[in-house]
Design a protein around this ligand. Structure first.
Ligand SMILES: NC(=O)c1ccc[n+]([C@@H]2O[C@H](COP(=O)([O-])OP(=O)(O)OC[C@H]3O[C@@H](n4cnc5c(N)ncnc54)[C@H](OP(=O)(O)O)[C@@H]3O)[C@@H](O)[C@H]2O)c1
Length: 281
């Protein structure tokens, strides 16, 4: 029987790539995003309007998708963005929106699909987190809060639903080609107050961050392949990483928190140095 997946954030990046990949493998894909016109079309793909921060939208998405369907194999909670900016200046309204999108949207959709998955006795919730669910850096505070919380939410959920034959799984991408970094950096600039004392840190950090992400070799298609592995593995892991380097960074931050904190303090000094050098030029 044809397998079915719900994918959030299917209009761009990893969600878009996953929509194409699962459809190519013959899955029925219900692909949601706010910009439905950007969701890929084709055989097996059903684009649907979705704003994960809106409970009515989430309910309608699941109801429309499941009408006439007899099974749901996977919910891929992928929609997300980075509300970057200094913690002193990011408006709490924006912080709430970050959590509504990256954490509570996933939780809401999960609550909507779990009754069906429990009844059928199989199903997986795949949560697209980030290595930022284990590590952190200057200026990404609310993003990291959302991804750390998503990880522990998923792990807790996994302990509760395994008894029903269900799993909750985390994928932790590192820097990946998509619109994510452009949007995160736009937020970092937009959240700065006029004459902000964090201007130099932000300028330097953006330079370093862009250089670092520019060297990333991961594509959204690579991550789609990781989602597919998590969806189809006979005995899925609790965590998936695309690259060994991503796994190493996440593990280093967890196992050596003091050393990691020192490294990030050094990263801040580096960013300030870069900004000073750029000003002097
Ligand atoms: N790229 C990276 O380097 C990276 C690294 C680690 C983790 N991640 C995570 O990977 C996930 C996918 O990001 P991406 O890299 O593919 O970025 P992207 O190209 O910017 O795609 C983000 C997707 O999320 C959707 N989205 C955002 N807010 C939404 C909302 N309220 N309701 C429904 N959909 C929403 C967007 O669709 P609409 O705007 O059309 O609604 C878009 O399809 C995110 O959770 C991100 O945090 C990315």
């Amino acid at each position: 029987m044809q397998k079915t997946i719900l994918i959030t954030g299917a209009s761009s990046g990893m969600g878009k790539a996953a929509t194409i990949l699962f459809a190519q493998h013959g899955w029925t894909v219900f692909a949601g995003a706010r910009r439905t016109q950007l969701i890929p079309t084709g055989e097996n793909i059903h684009p649907l309007a979705l704003d994960v921060t809106d409970h009515a939208s989430n309910s309608a998405f699941v109801a429309q998708a499941m009408t006439g369907q007899t099974r749901l194999d996977v919910l891929l909670n992928n929609a997300g963005y980075g509300e970057f900016g200094p913690l002193e200046e990011v408006p709490l309204k924006a912080a709430r929106q970050q959590l509504e999108t990256n954490l509570l949207g996933a939780a809401d959709l999960t609550q909507l699909v779990l009754p069906l998955m429990r009844r059928q006795g199989f199903g997986r919730i795949i949560n697209n987190s980030s290595i930022g669910g284990d590590m952190y850096s200057p200026l990404g505070g609310w993003y990291y809060v959302s991804k750390h919380a998503l990880n522990v939410w998923s792990d807790t959920l996994d302990t509760e639903i395994r008894q029903f034959g269900l799993r909750s799984i985390v994928v932790e991408p590192g820097g990946t080609e998509s619109n994510w970094s452009t949007i995160a950096m736009q937020h970092a600039q937009a959240n700065l107050h006029p004459d902000s004392p964090y201007q130099a840190l932000t300028t330097g950090f953006l330079t370093v961050f862009e250089r670092f992400l520019g060297t990333s070799s991961a594509t959204s298609a690579d991550l789609a392949a990781v989602f597919y592995q998590a969806a189809t593995a006979k005995r899925p892991h609790r965590r998936y990483f695309n690259a060994c380097s991503d796994r190493l960074v996440a593990r280093f931050a967890r196992v050596h928190p003091e050393m990691f904190a020192q490294l990030m303090a050094w990263a801040s000094r580096l960013a300030l140095g870069v900004a000073k050098y750029a000003r002097a030029k």
